[in-house]
Write a protein that binds this ligand. Structure first.
Ligand code: EPU
Length: 339
């Protein structure tokens, strides 16, 4: 072990409070970093001691299935800097929902559909968070990340980030390669709500004066009614991605009398199907396996009913995906990072 000891380093640290699933795994080492200097020291410590490094923001999209043998770095970098009329530089450790509220209070629009998504600003571009007709890539103009291979901070323009549905360059890179430090957003000074998500459009059909503030309230209400609050019930939002299939595969599924909702992409050559609908049709909503379960209001959300291990949840997820494979011939991919 290196002679250098980090002042705030914890050994054999419980991870329970660091992920929204609240599972009881442990990390060999864990450190919270409040500034760049502490972050660089932590990266060096991992390198010198040949430890795998894993960065967590809010821990809202990760499931630990066993104890982690390396170093977990929790990013606590904070700060929001407004640049000119509608640009913002935001530090990776800022809370996502707090940023959304801040933007609206400062008359900057665009993020309102992404209200109440758990997690941090640094995590947002990694999996290109999206909800209710909006994806964060639309507003990200640059990401500054520490490249642990090059040992320096690198700026990525939006086009370098390779954004896709719940995916980016940062997510595809080997784990621990990039640590997001700051994200630059370009927002709008004009309040022009996006109502492409059908339930939002229906809600505001008779409203001639829809505002970002109203959309924000509606999104919060919809999320609260459908998704469990991770402070009350351990969960990581959608556990699986919505599968993308060819038009031919969709016809096959529909020929078997399954009326699955499908959303055309790439001019109708491919369709995004609703994983929640498929799981619901297979009877998963509200099912439990001991203290691991499927949320009663949404079949895509796995929940820790109290004391579940990562393995309990993982076994349940495997059982769910094999039932979808059997019934529909579709392999669901996890959205959550499984460690
Ligand atoms: N549905 C069911 N049964 C259920 C839940 C939903 O049949 O138990 C049906 C709904 O009626 C609807 C369809 O499935 O027709 C889609 O449901 P929903 O609108 O809730 O959206 P989703 O596709 O399940 C995605 C994102 C969510 C995001 C919502 C809203 C993914 C993997 N998930 O869910 O993101 O909030 O759309 O835009 O893309 C997350 O990523 O963690 C997340 C919560």
């Amino acid at each position: 072990m290196s002679a250098m000891r980090l002042a705030k380093l914890l050994e054999n640290a419980p991870l329970e409070g660091h992920t929204t699933f609240g599972v009881q795994q442990r990390a060999r080492y864990l450190i919270e970093v409040n500034d760049l200097h502490e972050l660089y020291e932590a990266v060096e410590f991992a390198r010198d001691n040949h430890l795998e490094l894993l960065v967590l923001g809010g821990g809202s999209n990760v499931l630990f299935v066993r104890d982690f043998p390396g170093l977990i770095v929790i990013i606590k970098l904070v700060g929001i800097v407004r640049e000119g009329a509608n640009k913002l530089w935001v530090a990776a450790g800022e809370n996502w929902h707090d940023l959304v509220e801040w933007t609206l209070a400062n008359h900057l629009y665009g993020l309102e559909n992404l209200a109440l998504i758990p997690g941090t600003v640094g995590a947002a571009p990694i999996q290109n968070i999206g909800a209710y007709g909006v994806e964060v890539e639309q507003f990200v103009t640059r990401v500054r990340a520490f490249d642990t291979h090059l040992a320096e901070a690198v700026d990525f323009e939006r086009s370098d980030c390779d954004f896709a549905y719940r995916d980016s360059l940062f997510k595809r890179a080997p784990r621990g390669r990039y640590i997001v430090l700051e994200v630059e957003f370009e927002l709008s000074a004009v309040d022009s709500p996006v109502l492409t998500y059908a339930p939002l459009a229906e809600r505001f059909a008779a409203d001639g004066a829809v505002t970002a503030e109203k959309v924000f309230d509606a999104v919060c209400e919809i999320r609260r009614s459908k998704l469990p609050d991770p402070k009350l019930i351990g969960n990581a939002g959608s556990f699986f991605k919505n599968p993308v299939v060819s038009a031919g595969k969709l016809d096959q599924i529909r020929a078997q009398n399954f009326d699955v909702p499908a959303f055309p992409i790439d001019e109708g050559d491919f369709y995004k199907l609703s994983a929640a609908w498929l799981l619901d049709a297979a009877g998963w909503k509200g099912k439990t396996r001991g203290v691991a379960g499927v949320y009663e209001n949404h079949a895509l959300v796995l929940v820790n009913l109290g004391g579940a291990t990562g393995e309990d949840l993982f076994l349940l997820a495997q059982e769910m995906s094999s039932s979808i494979l059997q019934r529909f011939g579709l392999a669901l991919q996890p959205e959550v990072l499984i460690v």
